[in-house]
Design a protein around this ligand. Structure first.
Ligand SMILES: [Mg+2]
Length: 337
């Protein structure tokens, strides 16, 4: 959906680091209550290195970050249940969103969030938070997505040459957090950053958080700096050495123009990016992204073990794991007796 609504905004090339300069100034705090991440640990080495965290090399968390619509799921998530429930044709709905946004010079994402509920009200349909979460069950996922998280976890576990490698998955989406919450794969994500509604503060649900394409980069910095509590500012300077997940330990997965700021930030900061396209459909957009140096690889969105996407992701993971091992060795030389 976001593709359709935001295309033509010309926002793609804005400096991603703007995300760091957004608002208030507060001391960064440790990550608050992210879900426990999967840890791949060699028991023998873990015992021999039972030193306090600060006295060991600690940049050993890998983060795989995904866009949702068009990347993990073939269509915009609203098309599986919300729009059919209102008897709306998706094409017409997105066209109307784009038209209204253009005419009023409104933010396209706020416009779609508003129009969804204006349409529901016109039909006298009350769709609350609980209903949206339930709609998540109807969202279709690309082949292999459900098994991907465990399969990649196993791969990292087998290939990890240094102990204590932690693998995390994150979602950064302009779609709706409520619908994502109801999908079968929510439990695999350490954190989900997505647009969200306030349901009870107003007569019509009101956007609480809107994640635009450039706004997505803020959440990449949050993962990088370990400031995942959205109540805390992301803007204070933090030296690279203090950031828990270097960009070089991240891969961003996206499918189109709305991912360009995130992909650009990743590539510029030493991270990685992969573009996907619907299996059996044109790879034109991916080829453009590849030629423009936005992504390391592209592949059909088939997440099954052994697919091109799986194989290319594993290649990047191998490089990342080797890199982590090299940095750890150097760190130990620098901190040895
Ligand atoms: Mg997308």
């Amino acid at each position: 959906m976001v593709e359709r609504v935001t295309r033509g905004q010309g926002a793609g090339e804005r400096a991603p680091e703007q995300a760091e300069r957004v608002s208030a100034v507060r001391e960064p705090q440790p990550v608050k209550a992210a879900r426990p991440a999967k840890t791949v640990r060699s028991p023998a080495k873990a015992v021999s290195r039972a030193a306090p965290a600060a006295s060991a090399f600690d940049k050993k968390t890998i983060a795989l970050v995904y866009d949702f619509d068009g990347t993990l799921s073939p269509r915009p998530m609203q098309e599986y249940s919300f729009l059919p429930q209102l008897g709306l044709d998706p094409k017409e709905f997105w066209a109307e969103c784009a038209k209204v946004a253009r005419e009023h010079e409104a933010d396209p994402l706020i416009t779609y969030m508003h129009l969804m509920y204006r349409k529901a009200r016109e039909k006298n349909l009350r769709i609350d938070r609980k209903d949206l979460v339930a709609q998540g069950a109807a969202v279709e996922l690309y082949p292999g997505v459900k098994e991907w998280f465990d399969a990649i976890g196993e791969y990292v576990k087998i290939r990890a040459e240094s102990s204590g490698i932690t693998l995390r998955h994150y979602l950064v989406s302009s779609g709706l957090a409520e619908i994502i919450e109801g999908t079968a794969i929510r439990r695999h994500f350490t954190n989900v950053f997505a647009s969200e509604y306030w349901f009870d503060a107003y007569e019509t649900p009101f956007p609480k958080r809107v994640i635009t394409d450039t706004g997505k980069t803020q959440y990449l910095f949050r993962i990088n700096k370990g400031i995942e509590d959205l109540g805390q500012s992301i803007n204070d300077h933090m030296p690279e050495s203090e950031r828990p997940i270097p960009f070089s330990n991240m891969i961003y997965f996206g499918d189109g123009d709305t991912d360009v700021p995130s992909m650009a930030l990743m590539r510029k900061s030493g991270g990685h990016a992969i573009a996907v396209h619907s299996p059996g459909e044109s790879a034109k957009k991916c080829q453009e992204l590849f030629r423009a140096g936005r992504v390391d690889f592209f592949a059909p969105a088939d997440y099954s073990r052994g697919s091109e996407l799986f194989r290319r992701t594993c290649l990047l993971l191998d490089r990342m794991l080797g890199d982590i091992r090299v940095k750890e060795e150097a760190w130990e030389m620098g901190h040895g007796p």
